[in-house]
Design a protein around this ligand. Structure first.
Ligand code: WT7
Length: 656
């Protein structure tokens, strides 16, 4: 596993600026001083299970109260044992009695300009209708429903409808290929597929149904497919008799009454696939009560929830950020959360600022990769709009470069909004480390401190805690309610990946350091996972996709620094029965797109005569990373075959 480089350490150690929240912000904040945070943190740390149990009793609705806060038999945690609850009930029904009933729950902005607002009451009705649609299709508790949809309200409705009846959703980001959908459907043994006739992206139509049709040819467990009309006449789709149904037709026949089912606390809520360090994506499994509580409380703490806020998370529901901070967190906290379909630069590069102004957004949660794009597009797009409604800003997905942080702070936040840099993972279910904005002074580039009830440590390979300012592995010393409960169908991999390296601790897979003020700085992954625009991709996944092309003998993929995406994908390939040329390069790009999806298309493809290897036969990834980053001069003509053997010989002792 890679150690953090001196360069990584230097960059983060040079940052000395500190930004406390304004007095005005702190005064109104839920947690408004360092002392209040320390007090809460210390209380939680003494007895994390009791701390969470107290919150669970107060914050969730229980049909049947739980008996035990936590049963922990490493690596298996069971939270709130013996209780029954329902996540959809906690997101909807609990708001129906009081004044929130007619509050906007979801404000949707579709790409072509269509809009829809659903109050809590209306959302509840739609969820009940669709839950009955699922039941009528034969979906039962524990069945897996695969969701491949654009960012439309029906996507959130479908997720909540699954939760209502105890079905498990598996949302697949709508940029994935039919191959990727089929892999996920087969792994999860999905029974029903939900999709749309198409989705909008930069004025073009994504042919979602066509992609699903190809996927379903290869996913025999899927018996039924429900298709939402989204693009209508513009895209003809074929409907297979007995398998495919129109969403609106089924909904029209469904009953509106659908009481939420009391479900055991540990009922699986969803599976979400993410890349690991091998080619096969991991089906991260989350369950009901613990995840629900964690999404709700982290949302309230980190985003300093106020009843009247408009909270906009710009993620897609195909990722964990959308699950926790568009659908479940804000909904259980009774918040108003917009949902946006389309790209940040369509119809123009001021799309986000137009929406912030229009909806008077108070809290904005986005990704560093988006911020870097905004900087590139120019300040004039921002300056055209009134952003004075904003009071708090957030980022997620990767570390934020201090320059981008400063730009976000000044240009978007007008210098008055705290920035919460939130560190977490698909596996953690919710935010683990982040400033509490009224309490913790921020430092650009640091996710600052753990949330109450979260116990991180930084250790060396022997599991010993390292001194301040030393890099090491980030681990968690105690289970938390939102933690993954397993990898779907693969207990061995679950143990191996997260629990085998440091006994008694969850291994996050990131390098980090803690400074002498107790602030955490994330320094990148310890495995072969790269982070492209805030999305995880394993280099082996990309390599396997390329090697499945008939002209590729061998492939090595590495990440290289990229100004906009954070990391770009660089691949080195050796060929068989083919000559290197641009046409082949295009064909390989198209092949990667087809095998995984647009997010896996390599940014550079370089042909090599042989790949550099160590004496033990391992590909010299560090050398390739340096070459990809331009640190080693090799042939610049990118279509010629490169010979790395000399460089490899020079470096082989160092790498092996
Ligand atoms: C990996 C998790 C959590 C939702 C989005 C990504 C990196 C995430 C930060 C941050 C530095 C970060 C880590 C982590 N990461 N947030 N604030 N600072 N790095 O979820 O796809 O599960 O990826 O993203 O490397 O392990 P994910």
């Amino acid at each position: 596993m890679a150690e953090p480089s001196q360069g990584q350490l230097d960059t983060v150690m040079q940052e000395r600026r500190v930004f406390p929240p304004s007095e005005e912000f702190a005064q109104r904040a839920r947690i408004g001083s360092p002392a209040a945070y320390e007090e809460l943190y210390a209380r939680a740390k003494t007895d994390p299970a009791s701390f969470w149990a107290e919150l669970a009793r107060a914050e969730l609705h229980w049909f049947e109260p739980f008996r035990t806060a936590l049963e922990w038999k490493e690596p298996f945690a069971r939270w709130f044992v013996g209780g029954t609850t329902n996540v959809s009930y906690n997101c909807l029904d609990i708001h129906l009695e009081g004044p929130r009933r007619n509050k906007a729950a979801l404000i949707w902005e579709g790409e072509p300009g269509d809009q829809r607002t659903l109050t809590y009451q209306q959302l509840h009705r739609e969820v009940c209708l669709f839950a009955n649609v699922l039941k009528n299709l034969g979906v039962k508790r524990g069945d897996v429903v695969s969701i491949y949809m654009p960012m439309v309200p029906e996507l959130a409705i479908a997720m909540l409808a699954c939760a209502r009846i105890g079905a498990i959703h598996s949302v697949i980001f709508a940029g994935f290929s039919s191959e990727a959908i089929a892999d996920r459907n087969n792994d999860a043994q999905a029974k029903v597929q939900l999709t749309a006739d198409g989705g909008w992206r930069r004025g073009k139509i994504l042919p979602l149904k066509e992609t699903v049709d190809a996927a379903l040819e290869k996913s025999p467990s899927v018996q039924k497919c429900v298709v939402l009309r989204r693009v209508g006449d513009v895209q003809e789709v074929s409907m297979r008799e007995g398998r495919d149904y129109w969403w609106d037709e089924l909904t029209a026949q469904a009953e509106a009454e659908c009481p939420a089912e009391p479900l055991d606390s540990e009922t699986p809520l969803f599976i979400l696939y993410t890349s690991g360090s091998t080619g096969k994506p991991k089906g991260i499994m989350h369950t009901s009560a613990g995840y629900n509580l964690f999404a709700k409380k982290t949302f309230e703490w980190v985003f300093d929830r106020r009843e009247e806020d408009v909270f906009w998370c710009t993620a897609d529901c195909g990722w964990i950020t959308g699950h926790s901070y568009i659908v479940y967190g804000p909904r259980s906290a009774g918040a108003t959360a917009p949902m946006h379909e389309g790209a940040p630069n369509w119809p123009a590069e001021d799309r986000f600022w137009e929406l912030v102004e229009k909806h008077r957004v108070n809290v904005l949660y986005t990704a560093p990769t988006a911020i870097r794009a905004f900087i590139k597009w120019g300040d004039h797009h921002v300056e055209k709009h009134d952003l004075s409604s904003l009071r708090l800003l957030g980022t997620v997905g990767e570390g934020i470069n201090p320059e981008a942080w400063m730009w976000y702070h000044h240009k978007i936040g007008g210098g008055r909004c705290p920035i919460v840099d939130t560190w977490w993972q698909t596996e953690t279910g919710g935010i683990m480390m982040s400033p509490l904005p009224g309490a913790i002074p921020t430092k650009p580039g640091s996710c600052t401190k753990p949330l109450p009830g979260v116990l991180p440590r930084i250790v060396d390979e022997e599991g010993r805690e390292v001194d301040p300012n030393h890099g090491g592995w980030l681990v968690m010393a105690h289970p938390w309610p939102g933690m993954l409960r397993g990898i779907w169908g693969d207990e061995e991999r679950f143990r191996e990946v997260y629990w085998s390296k440091v006994p008694g601790h969850y291994l996050a897979g990131d390098n980090a350091r803690r400074d002498s003020d107790g602030y955490y700085w994330i320094m990148g992954r310890i495995d072969d996972v790269i982070n492209v625009s805030g999305h995880r991709l394993s280099t082996i996944e990309v390599e396997s996709a390329l090697v499945s092309h008939p002209n590729v003998a061998e492939a090595a993929a590495v990440g290289r620094p990229d100004e906009l995406k954070g990391q770009a994908i660089s691949v080195f390939v050796t060929l068989r029965n083919a000559e290197p040329n641009d046409a082949l390069r295009d064909a390989l790009r198209a092949h990667a797109r087809q095998e995984i999806g647009a997010l896996a298309v390599p940014d550079d493809i370089r042909f090599a005569a042989v790949l550099p290897k160590t004496r033990s036969g391992k590909i010299m990834r560090r050398l390739l990373r340096d070459i990809a980053a331009g640190k080693e001069a090799v042939g610049q003509d990118t279509t010629t075959l490169e010979d790395f053997s000399v460089l490899a010989a020079l470096r082989s002792d160092e790498e092996s």
